[in-house]
Design a protein around this ligand. Structure first.
Ligand code: TRP
Ligand code: ZN
Length: 882
């Protein structure tokens, strides 16, 4: 095929796009007809759009986006344009003087999906062709405004070779299908999507796929055909995803009263995919690792994740598709809300308490880390260069926390009234986060209730980056039984935002007296910089009752209350809020690990923790194995790094290893008893037995570290056993230990799963993160492994992401790890800018390291900065360099 225009994505520093410059697109495009002819080497896309000038719009040029397109012809109302009528650059098409009345624009473009390694637009994955249009991939398929506020009805005809591409899918309903008149080797299908949708929700799939079919009847009686399309041979691994989809559909009806709106719901699993999954209208496309799974091939954590991602993408049908975003600054409108909804779904189906703890831990270790670094940005950013860089934990998870705070402030009933109003009022529209908050607040006050907080002030959460800290000072008058709390909030400066204003922070708290019976939970709304609270009439004991703060993790903040360890042990033992109880333990663990990491172990505190754990582990102690495992888990590395004077990841890693060894030794008899106690339940099918397996994995890690050879061989045996959860727990337990069982375990896992790419990626990740003297060499040889696919982001992330988590090797004192990573990011950026720029964020905490380490990272960043980079990676590197 002909060579295409120069790659527009390479090496240009993109202009900054600003929220304040938002203007509606000057035309409406009520309908689009695409005609996609898949040839043996190229694809020809004919696009016919109806354009109607907006009322009152000035006469102006028509600007359409297009990247890596080869324009074959262009006509308005069937009249071919002269070359002087328009202009084509690497990124757009400009028609100088379009008609000022409704007209039809017809373009024909050639694209080359085989040469497209970016995994945006139309690209090849294995033998199939597939699309990814969010955020700006549609412009790689045809010329179009490609912005989310332009909503159209799409009709799509696809034509292709019958044998090579027997399945042809797009959004909506299949109208007609059949052989192509005149050519028996080819066939065609026409799809029509009755809904109005933005271009980023367009999808097309062509390939040799087998379908697994099921059905869901909505509560109003609509029959929906559910199809999961997978590569031949993968059908046996689809049951979990299909069941998850049906549970999601039922949940959205029960909880939100929202039904599915079409007759068909298709899901396709694709090996080459930049993210987890994509909510294209009625044609969800999934990273195959988030579809293909059963208990033998996926861990419990992966099964739960699959269930939640299937739900997430399904929930987008309302929160994202029927109500979409006006512009990409509003991304959290759909992502924050949909994460909130999928979190509630998982909480309802499984354990609300454990889900909350999991989400809080994740927020602290990813979002707080982002909020404290050079790429910190608000939930509603006001500027970006590459929108792909803003699919972040801040937009997703912090966005979800803002919605959760609204629920906490309003109460469940009023909040759900607000949600109902939102879905009703904005259905069919492209909306903003302001629209969302207004609808929630109006719905919540529809019966004349006072709001109870300042709505405009609450919205600061959307505009202000950074994690607030709430400090709590206490004054205890033991003779009168009066406790005075002085609370203060502050948010540190973040890039571009030196000064911060006070936020509306919902603080759920309670008092837990020494007798262990917690008082009632209270809500305090902090909306000033300082706040005091006087609690009278408390029992006049020497110590005040323990203070249980931010119960349910009621706000995404840090807090500092100078709590003595005795107080925290009381909460760990007696608090009735599962989050606050866990958090008390986490605060103690932090002190323990940090003391170890700084070379001054706190023997007293470790002794008290051993005692507390002995109580929990004893037969009459904590009964729920999942809760026990959660209480015994150390805080995450990023969270601990942030608390160090100078972040020192290797020191934290060594501290955790030493603690596992000591705790494993000291608690060995109790740990072994617990192992025996849960053993009969290990074979229960997910979701049953997951707590038992989780606890087993944790105990294995402690006992294996303590040198227990029986446990080491039990773990080794699990690698060839029937449970992927236990196999992976075993590998994790053995990984830090330089022992023959570790090498055997890795080899056995390799031999058993090397034919299954989705599973084999976890071998790559394990290998890359195993601390070894020749670690770097091993990692670089993984990139040459015959089963390593450099085009598959899953594989790249497994090796390079695994390597970044190999703390002793990545952070090697000679800087070799940083250097290697920089080189790999540069190479990856040529193929796949989205994955490269996400990976580049591994350096984002460099400003907190020792000056020696900073110099080593700086050299790597300078090397990156000097390279030819995509605008995506360029933006991230420049942010990190400050
Ligand atoms: N909207 C997707 C989600 O539900 C995110 C996504 C999938 C995406 N693929 C992408 C974003 C590619 C940017 C680029 O979370
Ligand atoms: Zn999403």
């Amino acid at each position: 095929m002909q060579t295409l225009l120069p790659m527009a994505s390479a090496s240009i520093t993109a202009p900054t796009i600003r929220l304040k410059d938002y203007k509606p697109f000057p035309w409406r495009i009520p309908s689009i007809a695409l005609d996609v002819v898949i040839g043996s080497d190229a694809v020809e896309v004919s696009c016919c759009m109806e354009l109607t000038p907006l009322l009152g719009a000035e006469p102006q040029a028509l600007v359409l986006q297009g990247v890596d397109l080869l324009l074959q012809s262009i006509a308005i109302d069937d009249n071919a344009l002269k070359p002087s009528d328009y202009n084509v650059t690497a990124e757009r098409l400009v028609i100088h003087q379009p008609p000022q009345v409704p007209f039809q624009l017809k373009t024909v473009c050639r694209i080359d999906p085989q040469a497209n390694t970016s995994l945006e637009g139309l690209y090849a994955s294995g033998g199939m062709l597939t699309t990814q249009c969010e955020a700006e991939g549609f412009r790689r398929i045809t010329y179009h405004p490609d912005r989310p506020d332009v909503l159209s009805r799409f009709t799509v005809r696809i034509e292709a070779d019958r044998e090579r591409y027997p399945v042809l899918l797009s959004n909506g309903n299949a109208l007609s299908a059949g052989p192509l008149a005149g050519d028996p080797t080819r066939h065609e299908v026409t799809w029509e999507d009755p809904s109005l949708k933005p271009s980023y929700l367009f999808a097309l799939v062509a390939g040799n796929l087998n379908e697994v079919c099921d059905r869901f009847v909505t509560r109003s009686g609509r029959n929906v055909t559910l199809r999961l399309h997978v590569e031949p041979g993968d059908e046996p691994f689809t049951a979990h995803a299909m069941e998850s989809l049906k549970r999601s559909m039922a949940w959205d009806e029960q909880v939100y009263g929202l039904e599915y709106d079409l007759d068909e719901f298709n899901t396709v699993a694709v090996r080459h995919f930049n993210m987890g999954a994509m909510e294209n209208k009625s044609l969800n496309i999934f990273n195959s690792k988030l579809v293909l799974a059963d208990a033998e091939t996926a861990s419990d954590a992966e099964l739960e994740r699959i269930e939640s991602v299937v739900a997430h993408e399904y929930f987008h049908n309302w929160s994202g598709n029927r109500i979409t975003c006006r512009d990409w600054f509003q991304l959290s409108l759909k992502e924050g809300l949909t994460v909130f909804r999928d979190q509630c779904f998982t909480a309802d189906l499984h354990s609300e308490a454990l889900k909350r703890i999991e989400d809080a831990a994740m927020l602290r270790n990813t979002q707080f880390r982002e909020d404290a670094g050079p790429t910190a940005h608000p939930v509603k950013p006001d500027a970006y260069q590459a929108i792909d860089n803003f699919y972040t934990t801040t937009i997703y998870e912090k966005g979800a926390e803002l919605i959760r705070m609204l629920r906490t402030l309003l109460g469940e009933t009023r909040f759900m009234r607000g949600m109902a109003l939102y879905f009703k009022r904005h259905d069919g529209e492209a909306a903003t986060t302001d629209d969302f908050v207004s609808a929630i607040v109006e719905g919540a006050c529809s019966q004349g209730e006072p709001l109870g907080f300042d709505c405009e002030q609450f919205k600061r959460w959307y505009d202000q980056a950074g994690t607030p800290t709430v400090t709590v000072k206490r004054d205890w008058d033991s003779t009168r039984g009066v406790l005075r709390l002085s609370l203060r909030q502050s948010t540190p400066p973040t890039p571009g935002q030196p000064k911060k204003l006070p936020l509306v922070i919902p603080l759920l708290w309670a008092l837990v007296p020494a007798n262990g019976v917690p008082g009632e939970e209270q809500l305090l709304v902090l909306d000033q910089e300082e706040h005091t609270l006087e609690l009278k009439g408390l029992p006049c004991s020497e110590q005040p009752p323990a203070l249980s703060l931010f119960r349910q993790f009621s706000a995404p903040v840090h807090w500092e209350a100078s709590q003595e360890s005795a107080e925290l042990f009381t909460l760990l033992a007696c608090d009735n809020d599962p989050f606050a109880r866990w958090d008390a333990g986490q605060q103690l663990w932090r002190r323990i690990v940090l003391a170890r990491a700084s070379g001054t172990p706190n023997a007293d505190l470790e002794g008290q923790m051993l005692e507390a754990l002995s109580v929990l582990l004893a037969a009459a102690g904590e009964q729920d194995p999942a809760v026990l495992a959660t209480l015994m888990a150390f805080p995450g590395g990023p969270e601990l790094e942030a608390l160090q004077q100078e972040a020192d990841p290797p020191a934290l890693y060594r501290a955790a290893c030493a603690l596992r060894e000591k705790f494993g030794q000291s608690l060995a008899p109790l740990l072994r008893e617990r192992l025996d106690l849960v053993a009969p339940d290990l074979a229960l099918a997910w979701p049953e037995g997951q707590g038992q397996r989780q606890l087993t994995g944790l105990i294995w890690a402690w006992l294996a570290a303590a040198g227990d050879s029986a446990v080491r061989s039990d773990a080794l045996a699990a690698v060839s056993g029937p449970s992927m959860t236990l196999a992976r727990a075993a590998l994790r337990a053995l990984q830090p230990l330089d022992c023959p069982e570790r090498e055997d375990a890795l080899r056995q896992f390799h031999d058993r799963w090397q034919e299954k790419p989705v599973i084999f990626d976890s071998w790559f990740a394990l290998e890359a993160s195993t601390p070894r003297a020749d670690g770097l060499q091993r990692v670089s040889s993984l990139l040459q492994h015959p089963r390593f696919d450099p085009m598959a982001p899953n594989a790249v992330r497994a090796v390079l992401g695994g390597f970044a988590g190999n703390l002793l090797v990545f952070h090697a004192e000679d800087g070799s790890g940083y250097q290697f990573m920089a080189e790999q990011i540069i190479a990856l950026d040529q193929r796949n800018a989205i994955t490269a720029s996400r990976l580049a964020k591994v350096f984002s905490r460099w400003g907190t390291y020792s000056s020696k380490r900073q110099a080593l990272v700086k050299a790597a960043l300078d090397q990156l900065s000097a390279a030819q980079l995509s605008s995506n990676t360029r933006e991230v590197v420049e942010m990190m360099l400050g």
